[in-house]
Design a protein around this ligand. Structure first.
Ligand code: AMP
Ligand code: ZN
Length: 458
């Protein structure tokens, strides 16, 4: 299996330290609001990786935390006039419900940050003892110049590093890039006693302590969204490496690309934040999952109503094929996995290629007149689907209850034009991204001199 390591900027062969027990840590949600579709992207992407690792290695330890103490949670609690626990519990439950609707499996362990404050305090004490952190005005700060390797993951300049620590400008910082490990809580705020006074942890130390508590010093894979690379992951690395005598925090760093909505960055001020719970009123969770996986995880993903409709349409066609094939509708435990689909996923989680393989299987099944072959192909479709967390419903139920989505031909034409424009300006990566995404949604492009034609796969 090959995975792209953000730390080295290369695809690397995945080799867990213990092939009997690969470990993966993914930074989970801060629970102060309903998850939006961007929050769902890492959950779904790393769920596919979890399934893939389980298939190959059996026993995988996948830890995805919940950040249940944070200034944003405190602000939400204050706005609503309730305790922080109430906010965290409500939105933690909302996160679980929404992710379950997207067929995201629960991770092996789901630690809540508030359960690990003593471990965080112990790690901070170790960092102080080793000269990597200092106390100042009831805060404890990590001293960035004490760790010369700081910045290796994001390759940021000193100016960008200071900008990253900007939220915590304070006169007591020894260096402008220093970041908070511990901060004081006022009387009304949640806090824990420590020898620096009553306070609470900074966000970054939470993950370092939870990784250590569950997975030890070095994990095989550490993941999260691209926005976490800096400063969050850079800071996690600094804390953990300095607390562990230089041992690396992770062998492999994986980051999913960002999701935009109708080609705009999602933001509260633009009023274009799309919540998963609202989408679930419009479309089956499986279609939302499909649309999230239709782009390669490292590429940007442009979320739109049309991309969701195409995902729904692609599933309609796959379920229609399944409904017409003989044999059970559940994958049989020893059904053979379609090897080309596994190969696509083991090549840095190439989900668009994996989807194209599903359509190739469907096409072969539709074309076949041999019942035993049709049965066998159905088994492969179901087995491949299970690896992606798709196609596990009764086809008849899907076809009856979800309503047929129409493919929006005008929208496909528009994307073909966007791709032509990208090619003209030699942005071949963007052109390929559009082609792959359409292919994953079951739309095949055929370039001809001067024009591009399209047809439906399967
Ligand atoms: P948060 O709860 O804000 O810490 O985010 C939880 C996860 O969602 C993190 O891994 C973020 O990187 C990821 N995330 C947030 N917004 C987006 C987005 N628009 N696209 C992709 N991933 C995102
Ligand atoms: Zn983290």
């Amino acid at each position: 299996m090959q995975l792209y390591n953000s730390l080295t900027g290369r695809k690397e062969k995945f080799k867990p330290a213990d092939a009997g027990r690969p470990t993966m840590y993914v930074c989970g949600p801060t629970v102060y609001n309903h998850p939006h579709i961007g929050n769902a992207r890492p959950a779904v992407v790393f769920d596919v990786l979890f399934r893939l690792l389980e298939r190959r290695y059996g026993d995988v330890v996948y830890v995805r935390n919940v950040t249940d103490i944070d200034d944003k949670i405190m602000a939400a609690a204050e706005a609503e006039g309730v305790a922080t626990e109430v906010v965290a519990e409500r939105y933690g439950a909302a996160y679980h419900a929404d992710m379950a609707a997207l067929n995201v499996l629960p991770p092996t362990v789901e630690p809540y940050a508030t359960g690990y404050v003593p471990q965080m305090i112990a790690m901070i004490e170790r960092l102080i003892a080793r000269g990597h952190a200092y106390e100042a005005e009831r805060h404890v700060l990590f001293h960035v110049p004490s760790f010369p390797a700081y910045g290796a993951l994001s390759r940021h300049s000193r100016e960008e590093m200071i900008e990253g620590a900007r939220v915590e400008v304070a006169p007591y910082k020894r260096d402008a890039a220093d970041f908070v490990l511990w901060k004081p809580s006022s009387a009304g705020q949640p806090g824990w006693d420590s020898r620096w006074g009553r306070g609470r942890p900074g966000w970054h130390i939470e993950c370092s302590a939870m990784v250590e508590a569950h997975l030890g010093v070095t994990v095989d894979i550490h993941g999260g969204g691209l926005d976490l690379k800096f400063p969050h992951h850079e800071n996690e690395i600094a804390q953990s490496v300095c607390a562990h005598e230089g041992a690396p925090l992770a062998r492999l760093w994986l980051h999913n690309g960002f999701l935009d909505v109708e080609r705009e960055k999602m933001s509260k001020s633009l009023g274009n934040v799309v919540l998963v719970r609202d989408l679930l009123r419009e479309a089956p969770g499986e279609a939302i999952r499909y649309a999230l996986l239709a782009a390669h995880y490292r590429k940007p993903l442009d979320w739109s109503e049309a991309s969701l409709a195409r995902a729904k349409h692609a599933l309609d066609r796959l379920y229609l094929t399944l409904s017409e094939l003989p044999g059970p509708n559940e994958p049989e435990p020893e059904a053979p996995m379609p090897q080309s689909l596994v190969a696509a996923l083991e090549d840095d989680l190439n989900t668009p290629r994996a989807f194209a393989e599903l359509f190739a299987l469907a096409r072969a099944a539709n074309a076949s007149t041999d019942d035993s072959e049709r049965r066998e192909l159905k088994g492969q479709l179901l087995a491949g689907g299970s690896l992606l967390g798709l196609l596990q419903q009764d086809p008849e139920t899907w076809l009856k209850t979800t309503g047929k989505a129409e493919i929006d031909a005008a929208e496909v034409e528009r994307l073909i034009e966007l791709r032509a424009a990208a090619r003209k300006s030699k942005d071949f990566e963007e052109a390929d991204r559009i082609r792959d995404q359409l292919a994953a949604e079951g739309v095949i492009l055929e370039d001809q001199p001067g024009r591009t034609r399209w047809r439906l796969a399967g």
